[in-house]
Design a protein around this ligand. Structure first.
Ligand code: SF4
Length: 495
């Protein structure tokens, strides 16, 4: 969808300027304060003009004269709720054509990013993987609520380096220092063979759903774009890029060049400081960055961060070694920034994790649950290692010899006619106590295998085993049951 197709050339130019103005307001605290009070200094105005914002101040006076109405209008347009605007807001919109233009742009942008239609994502041909992935998507929606409906669950997350050289204060993955990178000159063939194995194992459509970085920074690998080109050649996919090194101007130019066949919303730039923002604005015109999202990640920026990884370590009371006894007391305010459900592959240290997003907790401090881990030697044993993980960790029904438990984010609350399952974001109701007796309480206790629990319910509560089996399978297919069967703890969490 081309978000600009209904706008004139002059309007597009004004949108680019407004976008830049809002970036400055978001990223520069002094300007933010000045705008709020209508005290923009001549020097600030001169700076805005220098970086391409030549709009007349009276045309943007809604920022200080009607900031409440302006903000309410923008939110309504983002949510596509234009019909709910009251006359007070509409009167402000009538007075400020630039506000109206910005609202229409927001409406277009947000509707182009609508909730992920995960039902229409290609279904993996591998039956076990298809069922596992379906369960993970259901589980993420149950656990993360609204955020869980927005993510597209890439199947592969490849890392082209080990560690990261940037060290962002907010790193949700608490990534360690950069240790090594994958050398394109010596490892190109290895890389291509791994990608080809992924295609052979799961199909081209699945291999195309990939990230070329995860707990790493793309900029750390000097041949990052060469790897992107190879990936595209093999799978047809143009992969995404988010970078925190936007002040390396020639790097950003290379990325813009790679994505210019778009429009693609890439690269996305994480802006770590006002200096970095200024450098980016000095180097690129508003039009050059009209498709590029700049995320303000300065410490003092009001933008809410996910409290995982490095931030979680800083939160008092979550550093201790004690087991979690009261899960709800330890809830952190936002769910996760993780988005992939599949294989997390570090091509340097040759590790693979089977993972999927979850609500951040002390147990899962990076916002993803690890279901299995393994290592491979080289491109030759890679397919066997992946296959073994599928066999080990993706059963089609709950194993009889493993403890039958709810997911670790769930609290089970017995009710008169069944039980409720409380996740950090939702309540799921299960009724039919007469058919399954104390099934919910027994699963919540978590100390019986599926076989033991079946025996107990059948012998002591006269539950029909076929009905029981059907209900347990339904809980399993809905992603409500714990499936962390095989994690060996090869990669320690939150060190
Ligand atoms: S957020 Fe990205 S760039 Fe920053 S430290 Fe973490 S992995 Fe590195």
């Amino acid at each position: 969808m081309n978000v600009f197709e209904s706008f004139t050339g002059n309007e597009i130019n004004q949108i680019a300027q407004l976008k830049r103005l809002f970036e400055c307001i978001n990223g520069d605290r002094a300007l933010r304060m000045a705008v709020t009070k209508n005290e923009i200094t001549p020097a600030q105005n001169e700076r805005l003009r220098k970086i391409g914002v030549t709009l007349d101040l009276p045309d943007i006076a809604f920022l200080w004269e009607a900031s409440y109405e302006g903000y309410a209008y923008m939110i309504a347009m983002e949510k596509n709720r234009e019909e709910q605007l009251d006359t007070g807001i509409l009167e402000v919109v009538d007075r400020y054509p630039l506000l109206e233009l910005w609202g229409k742009y927001l409406q277009r942008i947000y509707s182009s990013r609508c909730l992920c239609k995960w039902d229409s994502l290609p279904v993996p041909q591998n039956k076990k993987f298809a069922a596992w992935r379906k369960r993970r998507i259901a589980s993420v929606k149950s656990e993360l609520g609204y955020f869980g409906y927005q993510i597209s669950h890439p199947v592969f997350a490849f890392e082209l380096s080990e560690g990261c050289s940037v060290g962002c204060w907010f790193c949700s993955f608490a990534t360690k220092k950069l240790k090594a990178i994958l050398d394109y000159n010596t490892s190109r063939d290895y890389f291509r063979r791994i990608v080809q194995h992924c295609i052979d194992l799961f199909g081209k459509e699945q291999a195309a759903m990939a990230l070329p970085y995860y707990c790493t920074e793309p900029h750390d690998n000097p041949n990052y774009i060469d790897f992107l080109n190879d990936y595209e050649e093999l799978t047809g996919a143009v992969l995404c890029t988010s970078t925190a090194v936007g002040d390396d101007i020639s790097w950003v130019r290379q990325l813009l060049d790679y994505y210019k066949r778009g429009p693609y919303p890439w690269p996305r730039l994480s802006v770590l400081s006002l200096d970095m923002l200024n450098k980016i604005h000095d180097a690129f015109s508003p039009m050059e960055l009209i498709d590029i999202e700049l995320l303000m990640q300065m410490r003092e920026n009001p933008r809410q961060k996910v409290a995982g990884g490095r931030i979680l370590k800083e939160i008092d009371g979550l550093k201790g070694e004690k087991d979690i006894t009261n899960k709800h007391e330890l809830r952190v305010p936002q769910g996760s920034i993780a988005c992939a459900s599949g294989f997390h592959i570090n091509l340097v240290n040759r590790s693979i994790q089977l993972f999927s997003p979850c609500y951040i907790s002390k147990k899962w401090p990076y916002g993803y649950r690890v279901f299995d881990e393994s290592r491979y030697k080289d491109e030759n044993d890679f397919p066997e290692v992946i296959q073994a993980m599928v066999e080990r960790s993706m059963p089609l029904s709950p194993p009889m010899n493993k403890p039958l438990r709810f997911r670790d984010d769930i609290v089970c609350r017995p009710t008169e006619d069944g039980f409720d399952l409380l996740t950090p974001n939702q309540i799921h109701h299960f009724k039919g106590r007469e058919k399954c007796g104390p099934l919910g309480e027994l699963i919540a206790a978590g100390d019986s295998t599926y076989a033991q629990l079946t025996e107990k319910l059948v012998k002591e509560h006269s539950i029909n085993p076929i009905v029981l089996n059907t209900v347990v399978q339904r809980l399993f297919d809905g992603g409500f049951l714990d499936e962390v069967y095989s994690r060996k703890g090869i990669f320690p969490l939150l060190e």
